[in-house]
Ligand binder design. Structure first.
Ligand code: GAR
Length: 194
């Protein structure tokens, strides 16, 4: 990918709805000298998202905008992204489907992480469903975002083994640990690909 403003590092935006543990790992990775990106903007569609506090702590420009509600707000976010020369939008626990006009305006430049081995277990309550179906393994997936829920082209998947003692909570923990490792690396990989 070509840097949009000729700067040394790529600019990324992270969209969140909640706690922001993936956001934190993405920011931490960016602080290494070798990292090729900066987290320029954080946008939350939830006012009380814990991730907004993380953005503040790291002095990252952050906004609460529930922009999936109206095209006017969607366009406001698009303007913020353009103004800040955002090269890649990373959804990290962003729990809304993006409107299609929004996806078109950043086509091929929006990625998401989902806590299952897609195409299995799209949507919510992934770990509970995985456990109640008696799956032997689960995992996480980073994929491009299209207009359908958790359905874009898969970039990377990692498997996590489920043992008999596991429950939804323990699986969430195991999967999150993997998410934190792979998401920053996928971001680097996407940005570094011409
Ligand atoms: C993560 O497990 C992420 O994969 C999932 O929400 C969690 C957010 O945690 N995303 C989805 O389910 C999207 N469909 P975090 O706020 O601590 O990063």
């Amino acid at each position: 990918m070509k840097k949009s403003d000729g700067k040394l590092k790529y600019n990324i935006a992270v969209f969140i709805s909640g706690r922001g543990s993936n956001l934190k790992s993405i920011i931490k990775y960016s602080k290494q000298e070798k990292a090729c990106y900066n987290v320029r903007i954080v946008i939350s569609n939830k006012k009380k998202a814990g991730g907004l506090l993380i953005a503040k702590k790291y002095n990252i420009e952050n906004y609460f905008i529930d922009f999936t509600k109206s095209k006017r707000l969607g366009n406001k976010v698009i303007n913020i992204l353009k103004k800040n020369n955002i090269d890649l939008v990373c959804l990290a626990g962003f729990m809304k489907v993006l409107p299609s006009y929004f996806i078109k305006s950043y086509n091929g430049k929006i990625i998401n992480i989902h806590p299952s081995l897609l195409p299995k277990y799209k949507g919510l309550n992934t770990h509970k469903r995985v456990i109640s179906n008696g799956e032997k393994f689960t995992g996480c997936t980073v994929h491009f975002v299209n207009r359908y829920l958790d359905s874009g082209k898969i970039i990377l998947q990692k498997k996590v083994l489920i043992n008999r003692k596991d429950n939804a909570k323990s699986i969430e923990k195991k999967v999150l640990e993997i998410e934190h490792k792979i998401y920053p690396k996928v971001i680097v990989k996407i940005l570094s690909n011409p």
